[in-house]
Design a protein around this ligand. Structure first.
Ligand code: MN
Length: 244
């Protein structure tokens, strides 16, 4: 899979997403990233650098550290390496319109001697992540007897496994510290990195002051909270088709 499908779906004059370039080979190998994408349906895009592109899967329930959960992952078109740094808003009328959060990033290494291409071909890809949120061994396993793009993401039982781990309790950007709403509203990056929780997301769910207190305890800055309670959440947007 090259980048033709990626390019065909997008008009780069209309979206801030990066166009493919030939600069990809200059990057250090084996990065990964996860983007939290609030398109027609909220999902996470899991991307592994391999052979000069980002192999990509859309995961509705997100990646988790709980080894008891096997989350469905739809393989989608390869993305350019530069996409791994992307965070922002894809405008209305464009493919995947909505806000994109850089949710996690880091390095990964394959487990075993087979190349990434060989493991992908077999439908059994094993790798070790060193991200800010995701760490340890994982497997992506293609579901048998399906269309071919349907996989399961599974956390291996190792020292980094955390039973009960909740992906939505970590809904902040590793790039800017922002919540999804802050990205959607084009608010500036937070000055200090958050250690915990999609606190601002949760403020939107309720007008109770108690909740805003909870957000404060979880580390939201006063600056970022300013005005949050006064404004209603954005109305649902009409969006075009999305990758999953
Ligand atoms: Mn997506």
């Amino acid at each position: 899979m090259g980048l033709e499908e990626y390019s065909a779906k997008r008009r780069f004059s209309n979206t801030p997403e990066p166009p493919p370039t030939d600069a990809t080979s200059k990057r250090p190998a084996s990065s990964f990233c996860v983007q939290r994408h609030d398109a027609t349906r909220l999902h996470y895009d899991f991307r592994l650098e391999m052979d000069g592109v980002l192999k990509s899967w859309a995961i509705p329930k997100g990646p988790v550290l709980d080894p008891a959960l096997k989350h469905f992952a739809a393989q989608v078109e390869d993305h350019p390496i530069e996409y791994g740094g992307f965070e922002g808003n894809i405008p209305e009328g464009n493919y995947g319109a909505g806000s994109v959060m850089l949710w996690d990033r880091g390095a990964y290494e394959l487990v075993g001697n087979a190349s990434g291409a060989e493991q992908l071909g077999k439908g059994d890809l094993k790798f070790r992540l060193s991200g800010e949120k995701l760490k340890g061994e994982f497997a992506l396993v293609r579901m048998k007897g399906r269309k071919g793009n349907e996989w399961l993401l599974i956390k291996k039982r190792d020292a980094f496994a955390v039973p009960g781990w909740d992906v939505e309790a970590h809904a902040y950007s590793v790039l800017s510290g922002r919540s999804q709403e802050e990205i959607a509203r084009n608010l500036p990056a937070r000055k200090s990195k958050r250690q915990a929780a999609g606190a601002t997301d949760r403020v939107w769910d309720s007008s109770k002051p108690a909740n805003r207190g909870a957000a404060t305890r979880k580390g939201a800055t006063a600056e970022a909270r300013k005005g949050v309670g006064a404004e209603a959440p954005a109305a649902p947007r009409k969006k075009k088709r999305q990758p999953i």
